[in-house]
Design a protein around this ligand. Sequence first.
Ligand SMILES: Nc1ncnc2c1ncn2[C@@H]1O[C@H](COP(=O)(O)OP(=O)(O)OP(=O)(O)O)[C@@H](O)[C@H]1O
Ligand SMILES: [Mg+2]
Length: 390
Amino acid sequence: MTCLSFLCGRNSAQSDPVLGDELSGMQNVTLYSYKELTIATNGFSPANKIGEGGFGSVYKGKLRNGQMAAIKVLSADSRQGVREFLTEIQVISDIEHENLVKLYGCCVEQNQRILIYNYLENNSLATTLLGGGHCSIHFSWKTRVKICTGVARGLAYLHEEVRPHIVHRDIKASNILLDKYLSPKISDFGLAKLMPPNMTHVSTRVAGTIGYLAPEYAIRGQLTRRADIYSFGVLLIEIVSGRCNTNTRLPIEEQYILERTWQLYERNELVLLVDTALNGDFDAEQACKFFKIGLLCTQDSPKLRPSMSTVVRMLTGERDFDEDAITKPGLISDFMDLKIKSDPKPKPNAHLTSSNFNSSGSDTAANSTWTSAPSSHATFSFTAVYDRSS
Ligand SMILES: Nc1ncnc2c1ncn2[C@@H]1O[C@H](COP(=O)(O)OP(=O)(O)OP(=O)(O)O)[C@@H](O)[C@H]1O
Ligand SMILES: [Mg+2]
């Protein structure tokens, strides 16, 4: 590997003298050679592939210094220049927080755009907690509390401490990775900005994470930190209930988690939504409070959603809130109605058809099944990642 401050003509990034100057000012970004990554992953062998998302394939690899890494090979030739790519990388590399995945560096040889991250042993919440029962990890109540507050802290850091503020845009179960102690780490922050906006996966990612999308973002393209807070609210409810946000195998009134949570909140029966896998071993008052915080975060009006630092204080019990003054969530079904009405020719395999189920009965809203979904969301805007709103 090569630290940018010591670069001297070893790959394409340094063949441009102006770029060379710029790179010399960059600290903390490590450049890896393609050769080193090839060795680390045994030639990017399928045996080392640990996943595939909208951005490309992810491989497990052992770096020269013995460290394990997750190596994400971005799909398609990025039209973004090396310089722009590296500038973005620097923003991410400078960020360090115990609840954010650490970016070790990148590789920019020829058309390759590869990101190298800290490897996390226990996969994502999507494959473990919400993976349909094929996982050996027991998520106790204490562990869930730790995961919820950890994710909230990581997001509060991105939203309120990093300058300029970063809106993640894709908070969801598959982007919450777990280390060997089941501490959560948010991954993929800033990544959307690294890809050209006209690439298919950008619209796919949005379609693919529909269950986490704040209505004002989905419909009007208004991206602020409040959209992330909405997604966090959905995730919080998923973690406590142990179920995905959308499950069309359930009776109609239970299919969308936010609708279900709202019904139970109104009936004062939220405790019924707590994951049965806990076998009753949880703090009922705290669990109901978490559901209510989830509802606060997903309120239809973005202005009513608490900031992430407030959410952290609510989760830890340092701050109280009026549990009776929560307004109705912005509901996915309302959004679906609108989408169906505005799409003159709904296509087969579009959203929430039975082809999007997995064996656990949950809709695979967060996986690459959605890459084939038609891009019927051309009116959405997905360009800004830094939130300049107040
Ligand atoms: N740092 C990491 N350590 C361990 N596993 C990882 C790491 N980063 C990603 N993975 C695994 O690789 C898989 C694919 O991740 P990736 O981020 O590419 O896709 P995704 O999160 O499913 O979708 P999206 O592209 O929308 O983010 C995930 O299932 C995740 O478990
Ligand atoms: Mg991801």
